[in-house]
Design a binder for this molecule. Sequence first.
Ligand code: IPE
Ligand code: IPE
Ligand code: MG
Length: 261
Amino acid sequence: MEMEGFAPSGSTEAELLQRIDEGRLPRHLAVIMDGNGRWAESRRLPRVAGHREGIESVREIVESSALLGLEALTLYAFSVENWKRPRSEVRTLMTLLKRYLRRELDRIHRHNIRFLAIGRIGELEESVRTELQHAMSATASNTGMRLYVALNYSGRAEIVDAFNLLLGERKKNGDAAPVDEELIARHLYTSAVPDPDLLIRTSGEMRISNFLLWQIAYSEIYITPTYWPDFRRRHLLEAILEFQKRDRRYGGLQAPCEGGR
Ligand code: IPE
Ligand code: IPE
Ligand code: MG
């Protein structure tokens, strides 16, 4: 794959990019951004230093994904379970999120990215909701990559929300057609995009932690020991190359001829 300005010629990134098959990119990439705390602890820094550095990785992965031409990128930023952390850590995470949105909105816009927050956003504090709303409306007419940021997110809660939405519609319309997979998928937070082709989890944990439970039915999973703050463009390209080697069978015997895309 050739792409001007993506990486200086002769760099590792440029060499990796060359090996990527443009026709078999994942359409939707999902990432469990884990390991900020361990990154900081390994440097004898406070955990929040890891979250701060993790923002740099977010910027780089968002921009690289947009430049590669992915249709959707979904980042797991804060789970419903993350409220169990010390209040000061939660506060820092929310502050960093607001700062990221304020600082990066112009660049997000310039890359024609559409920003969307998913999760139980109504339960976040008002100043966060205001910032999210602003970023969503400012980028609503952008036609490039959709950037979903999962906040106060839980895969089970998403399925519960989909059912309640559906039940509400049925009550209103008196519709009683049988429920099928397509109908449930249409009521999920990510109904506008295909299911993730590739799910990346950084920092080595071999679990899903309540992320996109419905949508990852046939996603390829890539787990790297690299901590999120160290995960940059090069690592993204390595993950995509590994994805392109996978044989996606969907329960059949042979890889479908179109591959990833
Ligand atoms: C990921 O890093 C960020 C969030 C979950 C908000 P962690 O904070 O979970 O870092 P570790 O897993 O403790 O290293
Ligand atoms: C998953 O990471 C959630 C996010 C990345 C936002 P956690 O660090 O919260 O997951 P567990 O606790 O290790 O499963
Ligand atoms: Mg963690």
